[in-house]
Design a protein around this ligand. Structure first.
Ligand SMILES: NC(=O)c1ccc[n+]([C@@H]2O[C@H](COP(=O)([O-])OP(=O)(O)OC[C@H]3O[C@@H](n4cnc5c(N)ncnc54)[C@H](O)[C@@H]3O)[C@@H](O)[C@H]2O)c1
Length: 379
């Protein structure tokens, strides 16, 4: 058994949503040990939390700059090898840049940055450093999402002509209708979230899901946002028409005010031979539709699945695995990359996906601002 990879955590404190997902996922395949962190901006809270989850407190730092400074003083075989960035969006860029420039590997939450310009700076620094960089589009870790990607690559759907990706949530309803509450949420604050709420937070997952599964690149788009209130600066709902080619089109439907919806990410991909339908809330069922045959259901763990899909399953068929396992599969791929082992490029989203994602978010905002016009994405 190789030594565990020394993991640092930025953000993801006891008060956070996503922290527990990363902590548990990092432990699932026994590859990582959390050795250092800045869980919260308040050192007392960080230390209290470290004690609560039994992480040694000697490398809980008061802030990110101190973490870098102190870790760089340690010998390479003691130093944090990879840091997970789980803070609100505006901190991803400065943290990732400094980590990359100092030779650390990075696991970064999405959206990668708050602008395309920042994303490109990060990309340049990363090219120079040659370290590992993973972007946690969590849902790409699901075995059935990986199965779609592999089967589409092999031509199971034939030529794709229509894609429909949806990501509906309803949680902002409770906040958006109350002016006071609106100002308390970082996802509705452009200084902390970036130029978009809905598209930046969840539309990017739908965008990434399309490019990940189909292998197609979205070339242009037209967006219609809903802000609900005049004084709300951030989109909370948006519909995006997308074009991947002359006769290859689709739609991304994304909302944070879809009343009653929980975490409704789904994708339908229609090709000349067959179609795939998959939903995040029932991730172990992949439906294959055909005009001439009854619908087939693919499930994880069966030998008929691809190697990439099977490697994302730990138990025999019929033992449901979920979001923690999906994120764990991303951490597993990153562990292989850090250890210099072979891995499939579908095992974790990369810097390229991050740049594409920011290009997408900016293009949706530009399209909407310009009066719902078509905007080209960079090639
Ligand atoms: N991959 C996914 O499916 C997914 C899901 C949810 C959130 N996210 C992303 O994860 C990130 C965090 O989201 P969240 O919902 O957990 O946010 P959150 O507000 O619940 O938690 C943010 C955490 O960061 C900490 N923090 C804030 N400033 C800090 C600083 N300067 N130094 C250290 N820690 C600091 C906070 O104390 C808190 O613990 C966001 O970028 C979000 O887009 C991704």
């Amino acid at each position: 058994m190789p030594k565990k990879i020394r993991l640092g955590i930025l953000g993801g404190g006891g008060d956070s949503l996503i922290g527990i997902l990363h902590r548990v996922a990092s432990q699932i395949n026994d590859n990582y040990e959390i050795v250092g962190a800045v869980f919260n901006p308040d050192i007392k809270e960080s230390i209290a939390f470290a004690k609560e989850i039994d992480v040694p407190t000697d490398r809980i730092y008061k802030d990110f700059d101190t973490l870098i400074e102190e870790e760089m003083k340690l010998p390479a075989n003691k130093r944090i090898q990879v840091c997970s960035i789980l803070t609100p969006n505006f901190l991803h860029f400065p943290m990732a840049l400094k980590l990359i420039e100092n030779g650390f590997h990075v696991i970064c939450e999405k959206p990668m940055t708050t602008s395309l310009e920042e994303a490109k700076i990060l990309q340049k620094a990363h090219e120079k450093a040659g370290t590992v960089f993973a972007l946690t589009h969590t849902y790409t870790g699901y075995p059935m999402v990986r199965q779609m990607r592999e089967m589409i690559k092999k031509g199971a759907l034939g030529k794709i002509h229509k894609v429909d990706a949806v990501y509906y949530q309803g949680w902002i309803n409770e906040i958006i209708h109350d002016k006071k509450k609106r100002s308390t949420v970082w996802r509705l604050d452009p200084k902390k979230a970036g130029i978009s709420s809905c598209m930046g937070d969840i539309g990017t997952h739908a965008f990434n899901m399309i490019e990940y599964t189909t292998g197609l690149k979205i070339k242009s788009l037209l967006t219609d946002f809903n802000y609900l209130y005049k004084d709300n600066k951030m989109d909370v709902d948006g519909t995006v028409l997308i074009r991947m080619g002359d006769h290859v089109k689709g739609v991304i439907r994304s909302s944070q005010v879809a009343t009653g919806e929980e975490n409704g990410l789904g994708i339908s991909i229609y090709g000349e031979k067959a179609a795939f339908k998959w939903e995040q809330e029932n991730p172990n069922f992949l439906y294959m539709l055909s005009d001439s045959k009854p619908t087939q259901i693919y499930k994880p763990g069966h030998a008929y699945n691809s190697k990439l899909s099977l490697e994302g399953t730990k138990l025999p068929p019929g033992h449901p695995e979920g979001i923690f396992d999906s994120m764990a599969n991303i951490y597993l791929g990153v562990a292989k990359a850090i250890r210099g082992k072979n891995y499939n490029d579908g095992e974790f989203p990369t810097m390229t996906d991050g740049v594409r994602g920011m290009n997408f978010v900016e293009a949706t905002v530009e399209s909407n601002k310009g009066g719902n016009v078509w905007v080209e994405l960079e090639k």
